[in-house]
Design a protein. Sequence first.
Length: 85
Amino acid sequence: MRKTGRSRGEVADTIERFVDGICSRWEWDEFCSVPIIDPELDGIRIRCGGLPQEHPSNQKGHYCSEEGINEMRQIVRTLRQPKMS
């Protein structure tokens, strides 16, 4: 399977657009489906894709529960911080 190169900022932007409701269904599907070259960012991709199973929504049509949404917001905050080496 092909892998894509994404930066921390690009991953944060995609997650943030999704949480804000302005990310298309297709963009989110691609984000969750296409592996990322950077192993750390790929782990975040996998984590986000698994949130509906770990934090299922009680509301029809919602991706995951509020706990899952809050986790994605925390991921965005972390990705936006300068990376410590």
